[in-house]
Write a protein that binds this ligand. Sequence first.
Ligand code: PSU
Ligand code: MN
Length: 299
Amino acid sequence: MKLSPEVQDALEHSRPVLALESTIIAHGLPRPQNLEAAQRWEAQVRAAGVVPATVAVIDGVPTVGLSAAELERIATDDIPKASVRELPVLVGAGRSGATTVASTAYLASQAGVRVFSTGGLGGVHRGASETFDESADLSVLAISPITVVSAGVKSILDIGATLERLETLSIPVIGYRTSVFPAFWLRESPYSLEWSLDTPAGIARVMAARDELGLRAGIVVANPVPAHQQWDPAIHDRLLAQALNDADRQGIRGNDVTPFLLAHVLENSEGASLRVNLDLVTNNVAVGCEIATAWAARR
Ligand code: PSU
Ligand code: MN
């Protein structure tokens, strides 16, 4: 594994570091907004006095903290999506990969980075009781000691089943200044949370307690998009219903369902879903920086 010099230096001196994933850059956002956003988020992290550690596999080397040129490659080359099971294959074959929440959490926590901001977690897909389609994000977070700040999961997934799996896997889910689990583009899903905390120092105390208890699981911090930035719930509900309906009528199945639904939403939302997506990551980066700073202050 390679750490950038600034990440290495910050970890050695217990200064704050924030991990960022690269699948969102390579596959989650359209070009050229993806590179602009990735650069903007890194600048935002630095402006908060935190060292950014964007993670990817570069020519077979798991890399925590990309150079400017490597970040540009992730955003512009055709780099495959890499979850944890792809890691040994990519490393063995000397290939590159854009890391998901699972592989970013795994690599960053191995490097000693303890806080990670992203957009949405992967989760349990609708119809998973037949397809078994559940993101490895969940099972890998169960063994990766890192705190992930996300805006919940997209409503194209089965949110209730995702929360059940997080419970089974013993991954704490803490609402950040909310007691309702967010649904990515929307502030609220129909699911309430048992735990809510209001401060970065409070989250850092939970992280310390987890360590003292000898637990290995990550912690999910659910940070909803502010009310004024969320997508109009009525339009969201109508477009989602339409997309699910079209997928069903066109016989879209299996792994094709998610890209189909996402493309449908992106094409028909007149830029609103993309704007919310960018805003919610920016919010998660801001909260992630505060938690990373609170964590570093305890050391
Ligand atoms: N959710 C989003 N946008 C994304 C992803 C999830 O709203 O870009 C990406 C993340 O990288 C996440 C991955 O880790 O998709 C999950 O993919 P899968 O379901 O194949 O594990
Ligand atoms: Mn899957």
